[in-house]
Write a protein that binds this ligand. Structure first.
Ligand code: GRF
Length: 265
C-alpha cells in the first residue's frame, strides 16, 4: 500500500511530531513525514525534523502581522486573488465567538496571505494529510477550503489536550486542573472552521491521582497524546476513517471501520 505523505505543523517542542515520526520509522504508521512547517523559526519541532533530514519551512506570520499593522485598513497588496473576504466572514459568523469587525477581518486577510505559502509548500511536497502537532495558529476557511474542499474527506487533523468539547482553547491542562477534574484526556479531531470543534477521530482519558501535582498531571497527559495521535493516524493511513452526518443531520461524525471494505469490480 502506498505510504501516505504526512505534512506537519508545529509551534513548540514537537513531542507529538516526534511520536509520529518514530511510528512512521518503525512501520506502525503506513506513512512518512515529508515536511514540517512552523510559525516559529526557533520551534524545537523544526530541530527534530532537521535531525531526521525532513525538509522544514517557516510561515511568515510575524512579518505579515507587522505589515498589516503599519497601515491599518490598507492591507499589503499580496492578497491572494482567490481570497473572498465575504465568503470567509460568512463562514466564520457561524462560529460561536466570531465578531465581524475590522480587526477580525484583518486577521482573516493576514491568515490568507500566510496560508498561500503553506498551501504552496504542501503542494510542493505532495502532502496527503496535514497534522497540527502543537501548532498554535488558527487556519482560516480560505486555507481549509483549498486543502480539504470535500467536508466528507477532511485532510487536516489536530490534537487538543482535553476531552472536547470540554476545555477548548489554548491551555487545556491548566483549565482542567484549575477546574478540579477527576478525569482528563486528549482529543484528535479533523479541523472545521471553528476552534477545536471539528469531527472527533479519537479520545483517550486518564484519572487525576489524589497525590498528583500539575507537572505529573500534564506529563501523563502528554504521553497519552503521543499514543493517541499515532493510533488515529494509523487508522487514517489505512483508510479506515469515514466522515458522515451524525444522528442530528447537522454535525459530522467519524466512523472507524474495522476493516477496509473489499473493492467490488
Ligand atoms: C501538547 O499538549 C499539544 O496538545 C498542545 O501543545 C502541547 C505541546 O505539544 N497543542 P508538542 O510537544 O509541541 O507536540
Amino acid at each position: 500500500m502506498k505510504k501516505i505523505r504526512i505534512g506537519a505543523l508545529v509551534s513548540g517542542g514537537g513531542t507529538n511530531l516526534q511520536a509520529i515520526m518514530d511510528a512512521c520509522a518503525d512501520g506502525q504508521i503506513n506513512g512518512e513525514v515529508v515536511c514540517v512547517g512552523s510559525d516559529n523559526a526557533d520551534a524545537g519541532g523544526l530541530e527534530r525534523a532537521r535531525k531526521a533530514r525532513i525538509p522544514t519551512f517557516v510561515l511568515p506570520y510575524k512579518a505579515t502581522i507587522a505589515l498589516s499593522k503599519t497601515s491599518p485598513g490598507r492591507i499589503p497588496l499580496n492578497i491572494p486573488i482567490d481570497f473572498n473576504i465575504i465568503d470567509c466572514v460568512q463562514k466564520m459568523l457561524k462560529q460561536p465567538n466570531f465578531k465581524d469587525a475590522e480587526e477580525s477581518r484583518t486577521k482573516l486577510v493576514v491568515r490568507a496571505i500566510v496560508e498561500v505559502e503553506l498551501f504552496k509548500n504542501l503542494e510542493e511536497f505532495q502532502v496527503d494529510v496535514l497534522v497540527l502537532a502543537g501548532f498554535m495558529k488558527i487556519l482560516s476557511p480560505y486555507f481549509l477550503d483549498k486543502f480539504q474542499p470535500d467536508p466528507f474527506h477532511p485532510r487536516v487533523m489536530n490534537i487538543h489536550p482535553a476531552l472536547l468539547p470540554s476545555f477548548p482553547g489554548v491551555d487545556g491542562y491548566t483549565d482542567a486542573w484549575n477546574y478540579g477534574v477527576r478525569v482528563h484526556g486528549a482529543t484528535v479531531h479533523f479541523l472545521d472552521y471553528g476552534e477545536d470543534t471539528g469531527p472527533i477521530i479519537g479520545q483517550s482519558h486518564y484519572e487525576r491521582d489524589l497525590l498528583e501535582t500539575f507537572a505529573s498531571f500534564k506529563e501523563k497527559g502528554l504521553g497519552l497524546e503521543w499514543d493517541l495521535y499515532v493510533k488515529c493516524l494509523k487508522f487514517y493511513c489505512k483508510d479506515l476513517l469515514r466522515v458522515e452526518f451524525g444522528p442530528d443531520g447537522k454535525r459530522r461524525i467519524v466512523t472507524i471501520l474495522l476493516h477496509k471494505p473489499k473493492v467490488t469490480t
